[in-house]
Design a protein around this ligand. Sequence first.
Ligand code: ATP
Ligand code: MG
Length: 460
Amino acid sequence: MKFELPPFVLKILKKFQDAGFEIYIVGGAVRDLLTKRFVDDWDFTTNATPEKIQKLFPDAFYDNVFGTVGLSHKSSPNPYEITTFRTEHGYSDARRPDKVEWGKSLEEDLKRRDFTINAVALKIQIPKSKIQKKKPTILDAEIIDPFDGRGDLDNKLIRAVGKPKERFSEDALRMIRAIRIAAELGFTFEEKTFEAIKANAPLINKIAKERVRDELLKILGSPNPYEGIVMFRSSGLMNEIIPEFEKTFGVEQKSPGRHHIHDVGTHSLLSLKNCKSEDPIVRFATLIHDIGKAQTYKKLPTGVITFYNHELVSARIAKAIAKRLKFSKKQSEKFYKLVRYHQFTVDERQTDSAIRRFIKNVGKELVPDMLNLRVADRLGGGARETSWRLEEFKTRLIEVQKQPFTVRDLKISGHDVIKVLRLHSGPKIGEVLETLYKEVVDKKLPNEKKALLARLKMLK
Ligand code: ATP
Ligand code: MG
């Protein structure tokens, strides 16, 4: 089979071959090449030991823990990874092999890999003739595929290599990797493989939360976030990682005369399905925006169901989830704010200053995502995408943002006040600016330098 390979990859292959080593392309790159996707992460395996690899590439860095040599390259944010053939023994803690030995053959190495579609290797003989330095070259590859990974790629199936139960209890990270890869590729599961995840789900707690976070955010950021989260849930992993979410299923919302048709959990999943943002944090916030409804549920004697202050409880849970999954400060703040303010009102009777307060609370940059969440929430509840109220609110958001937010947004500064009023610096300057700011906000004065200076002169 022929594949198009970039110059940097050919250079790596050639260097190993010239030095007399075996070298193969493996992992995600093979998956992507065989399914004709863009490859952005190249992995290689070789019989050369890390020391020998470092001799070939003196600039490479060596990660002692995983026995991987990384090569940085400008075409990719992640380094290309080269691993020496390995065999692994005796996983007693569900996350690390007790012993890693260098393997003698490619077959041995492929056997320790997680899924059949990840255990396919490409062997490419680089011809003596000159390879293109700047452009990709099309070359013939021998495909080594001992577990019929190609068959599973054709059938869009994730299947563990070897005995699924053993493979997941050896290394619990594989369970969430499986769902992430399924979500990225739009695949489903071979039955025994999925059953084995269900049986081993509690073991996910042995895995460092940073790794779980990375995989979960990849599931949410994939082309199939809804399907991914449905699998994450039906596998039992959701209940281990975010038990609060599981509690929202079966919480009814249907009140006489109200539009809600689904229980909270189902509504949350459908909101995610309808989320137009590709940002995993926005998608995640959309998924859990109502998570506090399980705790705030109240049914009145009239049959009306209320969730008083549920956005506050949801936001508190969001904060706890962010902490548990070790989100960065920036991720955590964004996640929290989206949940905290998702109940914003779009009532046409609210004042400009109420709208300004909303923008101040969520931050200007987050306003479009806040609207994304609202639209997803509406669609996920069976409503139309928008309403005249929401459209009017969007127009007012733009209008209000044209007005200054603080004294600092005025088109004149303290220096102007000092110059025009011939003042010395002191509290009086702030007071003058505050007066002008109020007049601008009350639309008595435009926020334009000329008009503001003219008004200043009147204060002399
Ligand atoms: P991507 O690069 O898109 O994240 P990938 O499958 O290439 O996907 P990597 O983490 O780069 O994932 O790993 C490269 C290869 O190493 C995998 O395809 C698989 O063969 C093997 N591998 C990675 N993690 C594991 C694991 N936990 N258990 C067994 N094999 C693994
Ligand atoms: Mg990879």
